[in-house]
Design a protein around this ligand. Structure first.
Ligand SMILES: Cc1ncc(COP(=O)(O)O)c(C=O)c1O
Length: 414
């Protein structure tokens, strides 16, 4: 189905927050979707329905209500398997989000496998959640953390990867499928094929990609894949980690406690089956159900339609932004290589001032380092302004953004 057959204007009606006014009766223009997305009625209602009608603890009791809750929770695992295309549901672990997913891998895989002198490779455009867990791990293990550099178009320099792989010491290459600052879509196929040739595992941070394009994990061929529910219309505090079973079987538990055990004795414990070995304690059941509703919603629209809509919005925004006086856009101009995230700066105007001025018009964009200070250092800036789009955004909203940025240019006499 082509984008033209989907009414993106009707989609807005599913999002109650988009009807509200803000800052003295201004219509809310929400352009901070890389940070978190708004929630449709379908997700809000699913969570509400869960608490009103199905709430019980899962996997434990035999009574009917507990069975219903368990079924709802486990159904989302199946939906995720379909959504990201993995065939084995046992390989999907519920976590709080991408941050927890990567920390789980660093803890459970890293502490079991990394030795002194080994290398973990990440990239210069990672979110802090794909840097800090590896710093902690490599410092503890006297191993090394290395970075694939980025060129001035915001694309990764894969010669760097070749150089590190040639040492024979790399154990894991970890990178985001799409940058949360530049919107760059990584050349995943090339990176993974190089790593496979070298026998090196790969982790993909899918936080910015899964909400915006069709992702086929089996086709990607990585070993770990992480994403967050709240960036794809789902609730906060829930996400998923997929790990290839042959790797998952070599990992020790992340957290100890209820549900992750088979038998507990005074001095020893045996573990539950996968994936429960990695899901200790009472999980975030209601939000898992909400995430399931978000997946249903996205699949109904179609991920190719969503990507197409965002390509149209991003092309339009890039063109209009390039006409704003004194404004510099970071990253590639090639729309096929980027998603709907645009970072920009006005010379000598602090991004916080930009965000504050346009907030007066009810327009929400992000300013700051976007949890990517290594990238800020590479760009030689302390911060950027960032507009990021999703299915409910329109060209009219981009026009409002451009008008208010023109106002910024006038105020600062650019
Ligand atoms: C690329 C990327 N990775 C990881 C994260 C962390 O996600 P969460 O805060 O949901 O754990 C984010 C959040 O902005 C992100 O954009």
């Amino acid at each position: 189905m082509q984008s033209a057959q989907i009414s993106f204007e009707n989609i807005r009606k599913d999002f109650p927050i988009l009807e509200r006014t803000i800052r003295e009766n201004k219509t809310l223009v929400y352009l901070d979707n890389a940070s978190t997305t708004q929630k449709p009625n379908q997700v809000i209602d699913a969570i509400n329905d869960y608490y009103r009608n199905h709430n019980a603890n899962i996997h434990r009791a035999v009574y009917a209500l507990a069975e219903e809750a368990t079924e709802l929770y486990e159904k989302t695992r199946d939906k995720i398997a379909t959504f990201i295309n993995v065939s084995n549901r046992e390989e999907i672990i519920f976590v709080r989000g991408t941050t927890e997913a990567i920390n789980l891998v660093a803890y459970s895989w890293g502490r079991a496998h990394l030795k002194e002198g080994d290398i973990i490779v990440t990239t210069e455009y990672e979110h802090h959640s794909n840097i800090v867990p590896w710093q902690l791990l490599t410092q503890e293990k006297h191993a090394k953390l290395e970075y694939i550099g980025m060129d001035d178009d915001g694309e990764l320099i894969l010669d760097d990867l070749d150089k590190y792989l040639a040492t024979g010491k790399v154990k894991l290459v970890t990178f985001s499928l799409m940058s949360n600052v530049l919107g760059t879509i990584s050349d995943t196929e090339k990176i993974i094929s190089k790593c496979k040739e070298a026998g090196v595992l790969t982790l993909i941070d899918g936080a910015q990609a899964v909400p915006h394009m069709k992702v086929d994990v089996e086709k990607l061929g990585c070993d770990f894949f992480a994403f967050s529910g709240h960036k794809m219309l789902g609730p906060t505090g829930i996400g998923a980690l997929w790990v290839r079973k042959s790797v998952l079987n070599t990992m020790t538990p992340f957290h100890g406690g209820g549900d992750m055990i088979r038998e507990v004795h005074k001095y020893e414990t045996t573990w539950n089956d996968l994936p429960y070995k990695f899901e200790a304690g009472t999980p975030n059941i209601a939000d898992v159900v909400g995430l399931g509703a978000a997946i249903d919603y996205l699949l109904k629209i179609g991920m190719d339609n969503i990507r197409q809509h965002e390509v149209e919005l991003t092309s339009y925004a890039m063109e209009k932004l390039s006409e704003v006086k004194g404004l510099h856009i970071y990253g590639t101009k090639d729309i096929s290589k980027r998603g709907g995230v645009i970072s920009f700066n006005f010379a000598d105007v602090h991004p916080h001032d930009v965000a504050q001025i346009i907030d007066e018009e009810g327009i929400a964009i992000r300013s700051g380092h976007h949890c990517a200070q290594v990238l800020m250092d590479r760009l030689n800036v302390a911060a950027t302004s960032r507009a990021s789009f999703y299915i409910y955004n329109t060209k009219e909203e981009i026009d409002k953004l451009i008008n208010s940025l023109n106002k910024v240019a006038r105020i600062f006499k650019l």
